[in-house]
Ligand binder design. Structure first.
Ligand SMILES: [Zn+2]
Length: 384
């Protein structure tokens, strides 16, 4: 029997922890699961324990030498000088004990999600522990050690012969995944993000369209700082519909960073919870239209772990379960359980308050600029 959705989860996913004070904090997975549990939306048989990725699987998208260095760093056997060559032991991506195992488990979780869907056990699958989109073949970057999406897409290609549409709505450009498949016409990478002008990693321009045979299978939608819901959603929906119709994927993998929200401390976009209600709905619709439903969703960034991520990520699961978008107050039990631990007052409703932020004076200019960007980004498709 096919389940509607699988929730990949184990508390071992919390072992991916750089330090007490690092912004990347997997506690957000627990906060999200707790919110969904309070709503009685996860059945015990829907929880699937993630497996660990093998070295052979990691090698699908990473260099042997890099994996060896991460393993040594896990035991404190790598100097800062050597580590920095591989992007680890840096301020963004510090060393931590057991970093290889913790990273390999996040990759394995995404592989577990893929197996659930591709082997027909589940229509959809969610691995909130994944989404480490900045990891490169031979280097860590931006809090990401191994790139679960890159490994997972290679795995989808090799084991299942699938054409994959990767959709990245994290506020940062999905650079690691893009560069891994830049020459590959059978993987389409789609990333909507805050322009790299002032934000890490600086790439993701509309002109990055792929290379050689892969030209035209890489799509970037860099939006301006201070972009609000309406423009974000217009770009996302228009672009995803056109790209999917053009590429015709067999399966869709979505990276669901929740750092485009106004509250997010690392980015400058002005989104509200509205986009996190809408993003999964269209992803599912596209998966139903082109992929016989095959949709795997993973986590990603998201640094306001109390006020933003639990609500935002819950919408992924609720969408997978065909549960109507909830409104009004969050479950009282969740609020009273977590408010004492939260350093900020929790938002107590599913929707954000109307007066979340002051009106953006340059709104029309920003929307117009985003619109021009969209036209340029889709030019390759529209002219053919
Ligand atoms: Zn991000």
């Amino acid at each position: 029997m096919t389940r509607q959705a699988s929730f990949i989860f184990s508390t071992d996913q919390l072992n991916y922890e750089f330090s007490d004070t690092h912004p990347f904090n997997q506690k957000r997975i627990v906060l999200t699961k707790s919110l969904l549990d309070e709503m009685n939306t996860i059945e015990p048989d829907e929880i699937v324990i993630p497996r660990t990725a093998t070295d052979e699987e990691l090698l699908l998208a990473h260099d042997a030498k890099y994996i060896e260095i991460v393993k040594k760093a896990s035991k404190g056997e790598v100097s800062e000088n050597i580590g920095s060559i591989y992007g680890i032991g840096t301020e963004d991506t510090p060393f931590f004990h057991g970093m290889h195992d913790a990273s390999a488990l996040l990759v394995g979780g995404t592989l577990t999600a893929i197996e659930e869907v591709m082997e027909g056990r589940s229509r959809y699958a969610l691995n909130l522990g994944g989404g480490l989109h900045h990891g490169f073949q031979g280097k860590a970057s931006g809090f990401c050690i191994y790139n679960d999406s890159s490994v997972a897409i290679k795995y989808l290609q090799q084991k299942y012969g699938a054409r994959v549409l990767y959709v990245d709505t994290d506020a940062h450009h999905g650079d690691g995944v893009q560069w891994t498949f830049y020459d590959d016409p059978n993987v389409c990478t789609f990333s909507i993000h805050e322009t790299g002008r002032y934000l890490f990693p600086g790439t993701g321009n509309v002109t990055e369209r792929g290379n050689g045979a892969g030209y035209g299978a890489s799509f970037n939608f860099p939006i301006d700082a201070f972009t609000e819901d309406e423009s974000f959603l217009h770009i996302y929906k228009t672009a995803l519909r056109e790209v999917a119709a053009h590429f015709k994927p067999d399966v869709i993998l979505t990276q669901n960073g929740a750092d485009a929200h106004y509250f997010d401390p690392l980015t400058h976009l002005y989104s509200t919870m509205k986009i996190y209600e809408e993003i999964p709905k269209l992803a599912k619709e596209i998966a139903e239209e082109y992929c016989d439903g095959k949709w795997i969703a993973i986590g990603g960034g998201g640094y306001d772990i109390w006020r933003v991520v639990p609500r935002a990520w819950s919408h992924l699961w609720l969408t997978m379960k065909d549960i109507p978008t909830p409104t009004g107050r969050l479950p009282e039990a969740w609020l009273s359980k977590w408010q004492p631990e939260s350093p900020v007052p929790l938002i107590e409703t599913w929707e954000d308050p109307d007066d979340l932020y002051e009106a953006v004076p340059r709104k029309n200019d920003i929307n117009e600029k985003n619109e021009q960007m969209l036209t340029r980004a889709l030019h390759v498709i529209r002219k053919s």
